[in-house]
Ligand binder design. Sequence first.
Ligand code: PRP
Length: 210
Amino acid sequence: MSDSKIHISDHPLVKHKLTLLRRVQTEHKKFRELIRELAMLLGYEAMADLRLVDCTVQTPMAETRGYHLEEDVGLVPILRAGLGMVDGIHEMIPGAQVWHLGIYRDEKTLRPVSYYNKLPIEPTVQVCLILDPMLATGGSAAAAIEVLKHWGVRRIKFVGLIAAPEGIATVTAAHPDVPIHLAAVDDHLNEHGFIVPGLGDAGDRQFGTA
Ligand code: PRP
């Protein structure tokens, strides 16, 4: 993709792990491990522009220049499938806040239905990473971005694993300012709104509920 807001990871580990994730034989435990590892790799790339503040640090040898993070980061998994992406990123940035959004896709209309949101009135972070492995029609991601913008967060990024071109088009049309970080862009959506070739239902495959 040429759009600079769309970041498709080129990392060999991402490509390798995504291939294992797609395999129909991959069982639930391994699937969860791969989601966690892929989230860590993609989250690392998505946080490459976090702002820093200069500071000094005393080593055992001398005082030297250092940095600490200027911005408070929020991890916002979309329930359910986004849950599996939290831990890998949280390990890298343990000070991040985790705010859950419950959004599911109506099976008939394919429209997002919001059912959980306990965000406080005032925003408590400057940067939010929305986490969801799947960007299909893009309805759920666009709805989550809308919620966070309304909350007052200025810097929002979407971190997913795979997307359909239709979903990317929907999100970028509604929110051209929001970067999208992915492991791959797939071919198309089928008549049921599933990403093809995809990886099946990421929620069901993580939680054994197929
Ligand atoms: C899946 C996926 C996304 C959404 C993507 O969730 O995890 O949240 O669908 O579809 P969209 O881009 O067309 O909105 P699902 O609705 O299956 O909910 P679940 O994770 O609770 O099973």
